[in-house]
Each structure stands twice: as structure tokens, then as C-alpha cells.
Design a protein around this ligand. Sequence first.
Ligand code: SAH
Length: 393
Amino acid sequence: MTTTTLPPTVRLSKKGVDRWKFGHPWIYAADVEKVPATLTGGEVVRVEDGRGYFLGQAFYSRESKISLRWLSWDDVPVDAEFFDKRLRAAEALRRRAYPDDTAYRVVHGEADLLPGLVVDRFGDCLSVQFLIKATEHRKAMIVDLLQKLFSPRAIVNRSDANVRKLEGLEPEKGLLVGSLDGPVQYLEGHVKMEADLLHGQKTGAFLDQRDNHVMASEWGTGEALDCFSYAGGFALQLALKAKHVTAVEISEAACGLIKANAARNNLTNVDVVTANAFDYLRDTLDEGKRFDTIVLDPPSFAKNKTAIEAAVRGYKEINLRAMQLLNPGGTLITASCTYHVNEERFEEMLDAAANDSKRRVQIVEKRGAGKDHPVLMALRETRYLKCYVLRVL
Ligand code: SAH
């Protein structure tokens, strides 16, 4: 005889039930009524309403403000087969969206119905983030499934993100599978890039800007400037068509990446300046230098709601200066990855900057992250990246 033990049960408050029924995949601690004392976090739990009706299954987090993360509305086993199906469904979207590409985000957490998991593919290697206890505790199983699905040369653990602390986990990184003898090469359009999966920022590169990098090549002309350049993702695309590109980046290590990536593509028209982009923009304006194309892609300026105003001031400062630095008819490609500064707020800021710069500005195109970063309709938090193409008259 086989006995099956049911997962533990968590009961929602009335508000929690409404939220769950509304389809929101996160339930906050305040909306949970009863949790078994034995739970330590990371478990799959059955979710029920005040009358004991089964509502579905979720990952439970103890330390986090987000207590429950939706997994299913059905009473199905949440086992290796369950995760395998979700991984394959995620990969199927990327095969449709980017049939010929080998660098893309395979799993975008909640948006791919895999909460707390991020998987980026760079050629024959994978870079993975386990962001909550539930995925951390299932690391071996997930790695095993990824090996079967991709047969990668290496799998790198880049769980050194600070958000882990909110879940009671320490940041962690290292090689999980295979071996890595250095950075991994991949293509962005016609540009050869290299990502250091173990030591680079984020999972090794900013894949969310990949499509926008390639788009930027259309706008490369005359004198171009790429601020907050990291490995030169925008700078090198601009350099394909512009006469000359200046890439500004504060990190010495990242400046080395820009130079190496330029050399790899035989692009000799790229100069790298190690500087604070805020200072560079101000000083260059004072010197009277002008540009035909400028890219601004700063790091997130606000990690929470309280920092929104300061973040908007920061955005306004750099966007105002960039508008003043552009020759008439020049292009400004300006991005923000700050979720808390939404599209409306970002546009208001751009409007104010345009006004202060005494320039007329046209919105040519509004973009976001690539198709490998889908947005879950019920969780708009998964839409964070804004990228505007503006013409400054
Ligand atoms: N544009 C890059 C990603 C940028 S991420 C791409 O598309 O791939 C933000 C970058 O800005 C990081 O490399 C970080 O080191 C750099 N940075 C942070 N503060 C900076 C500052 N004040 N001035 C210049 N660079 C800065």
C-alpha cells in the first residue's frame, strides 16, 4: 500500500482570498491567516480559504513579506515532472521568439510560472539565480533538469543577488556543473560579445537590453556617446555606423570588458573613459562638445518606493544634460530599469527635462526588455525596463 502525505495547508484571510481569486501570484504575510508552526520556508503548501476550500498550491516563504508565490490552481504533484514541464514551456517561447539565437533569458521567474528562478543562457553555458528558499532547496533537482534539457558545458550559480537576504538567504555564487576556462562568447546581432559568468555583473551580462543594443546600431551616426556602458553593449552597436563613440563607465573592470569587446570586433573608433557619468556629462557640456547620438542606461536608482523622488531627480539631471549635449536632430536612447519609476513617471521626467533644456523632443519609439523577458499580466512588477528612442530638435 502506498501512502501519500499531503503538503501542509496555509489558510488565507478574506483579503488574501480575494487577491488569490483576482489572480495575483503573490500573497503578503498580512493576508495569510494560519500557517503551520512547523514550516520553515521553502515548502510547497496547499492554499485554502476561511472555510477550508482548496484554492491551489504555492511556495511558502517565512522571512519574506511575500508569504506565498502561486504555483498552481490544481491539486497536482509539484515534483520534478511539474518543473520540467514549466522549464520546457519557457524554453519553447524563446525558441519561437529567437530561433537562431544562443544567448537569452530562458526563465524569467514568476513571468514563466517559476517563482524565484532565473536562468540565462550564454551559448553552451547557463547562469542561474535561486532567489528564494523554495528554489534554493530544489537546486539539485533544477540543475538536473537543466542538464537534461540543455546539456550545457557549465552551469554557474549567480545567486549573489541582495534580494536573497529578504528571504533569509545569504548571497552565493560558484560553479555548479562542468568547467569554465574564462568568459563565454555570444552574439548580439553582428557584434561578438563576451560575458564573464562568474565575475561579471548580474548573471554575466544585461540580456534584457540585448534587442535594444541591436536596435541602437540603426541610430549610430557622427559622434556618439554611451553612458553607463558596462561591457559596451550599446557602444559597440553604435560604433558599427558612427564615426566615433565614447563609452563612459565607472567600473575599471567593466572598462576592460568594453576595450576587449571592441578589439574582438575590430572596432577602432571606440574610446573608453573611466568616469562618473554625472560628472562626465556636466564637464563635457561646459567644454562645449556636442554629440549626434547619446545612450543613457544607468543602474537602478530606486530599490524601493521611498527613493522614487531622488531617482527621478537623478534621471532628470542626466537626461537634461544629454538633451543639451545633442546637436539639433540628434538621437537620445534613454533607459530606466527602476521598476518604481513607471512609464508615466519616466515620461513626465523626460517632458520636464525637454522643457528645461529649451529643446523640442519627439518620442520615436517606446521599448521594453526583449521577448525573453515576458511580463505576467497579473504581476506588472515583471515589467521594469523602459527604453525610449527620442529625437531632440
Ligand atoms: N548599458 C549596459 C548596462 C548598464 S548597467 C548594457 O546595456 O549592457 C549600469 C552600469 O553603470 C554598470 O556597469 C555600472 O558599473 C555603471 N555605473 C554605475 N554608476 C555609474 C556612474 N555614476 N557613472 C558611470 N557608470 C556607472
